[in-house]
Design a protein around this ligand. Structure first.
Ligand code: NAX
Length: 331
């Protein structure tokens, strides 16, 4: 039998946490044959709710779940974890300046970074979900210098999946037949959902999305804004932000990272830029990646047209600004 993998979820008493922990315990994240031990961290005001989630996990009697650590102690939460999904953080409240929220989060992730560095298992993989996800991941990387940059990522898979979903609806084909969309850049409304290399499996073979949709105006306009604004649309409809789709995307991200992407398929992940596609090095930027043996690689050599270039640069600019703001909170 396989050794259990320890998975940390921070902010586990929150909305996404509540959707995510049962998925992990059912094997959605790491596979139906992989036992797991869940580590759940939240803050003292949420301790009772966190304990309630733990009670429900016990009650669900998940065969793969070999243990649950529910705690408000960062060191205990990080001890021995192989995977860390960072969902908890300080939300922006009405009337708060971006800088005030950023400073709160910088101090939270500074201490969580050092706890991971000290107590997590070697080679621990980190996924940032809490917003601003790209920049929070960068902060964590800064404060956990012994964690390799390649192990620190952020979630743009939800945006990627939203793009697949929009194409599937538009063409009335199953979403499983659509692949290789790309989310470039920031997990924010400046992200660039790119379909220039995306394809659909049809009875006549694989066809480019552009050829099938036959409506560049829609693809270059409404499609892009729909994906960019989808989070806001969910809030408007549900009066709560996306949770089940975010949790599902977090599982997709880790599963593909650990177990590999299918041959011929790439996914979008926020990763540390090495300057590929002329994206400034040193940002956490969403790229198309393939994964093998637990490591991601940016897909190289895709032709980039002028419209794409502009959009890729403007989302990079926003990330550089966020980075500067984060650094200005460091003192
Ligand atoms: P909730 O407010 O429901 O949950 C957040 C939880 O974090 C709460 O239980 C809170 O007590 C806890 N928390 C606060 N400070 C903490 C700390 N220092 N250590 C540990 N836990 C702490 O938010 P939820 O809807 O679950 O969303 C969580 C985060 O995900 C938000 O930052 C949100 O913006 C972000 N999202 C990111 C997405 C992405 O695709 N990257 C999509 C969904 C989501 O909007």
């Amino acid at each position: 039998a396989k050794e259990p993998v320890r998975v940390l979820v921070t902010g586990a008493a929150g909305q996404i946490g509540y959707a995510l922990v049962p998925m992990i315990a059912r094997g959605v994240m790491l596979g139906a044959d992989q036992p797991v031990i869940l580590h759940m961290l939240d803050i003292p005001p949420a301790a009772e709710a966190l304990n309630g989630v733990k009670m429900e996990l016990v009650d669900a009697a998940f065969p793969l779940l070999k243990g649950v650590v529910a705690t408000t102690d960062v060191a205990e939460a990080c001890a021995g974890v192989n995977i860390a999904v960072m969902v908890g953080g300080f939300p922006r409240k009405e009337g708060m300046e971006r800088k005030d929220v950023m400073s709160k989060n910088v101090s939270i992730y500074k201490s969580q970074a050092s706890a991971l560095e000290q107590y997590a298992a070697p080679n621990c993989k980190v996924l940032f979900v809490a917003n601003p996800a790209n920049t929070n991941a960068l902060i964590l990387k800064e404060f956990a210098p012994s964690i390799p940059a390649k192990n620190v990522t952020c979630l743009t898979r939800l945006d990627h999946n939203r793009a697949l979903g929009q194409i599937s609806e538009r063409l009335n084909v199953p979403v499983s037949e659509v692949k290789n969309v790309i989310i470039w850049g920031n997990h924010s409304s400046t992200q660039y959902p790119d379909v220039n290399h995306a394809t659909v499996k049809t009875s006549a073979g694989e066809k480019p999305v552009r050829e099938l949709v036959k409506d560049d105006e829609w693809l270059n306009g409404e499609f892009i804004t729909t994906v960019q604004q989808r989070g806001a649309a969910i809030i408007k409809a549900r009066k709560l932000s996306s949770a089940l789709s975010a949790a599902s995307a977090a599982c997709d991200h880790i599963r593909d990272w650990v177990l590999g992407t299918p041959e011929g398929t790439w996914v979008s992940m926020g990763v540390y830029s090495d300057g590929s596609y002329n994206v400034p090095a040193g940002l956490i930027y969403s790229f198309p990646v393939t994964c093998k043996n637990g490591e991601w690689t940016v897909v190289q050599g895709l032709p980039i047209d002028e419209l794409s270039r502009k959009k890729m640069d403007s989302t990079a600019e926003e990330l550089s600004e966020e980075k500067a703001l984060a650094y200005s909170c460091l003192t």
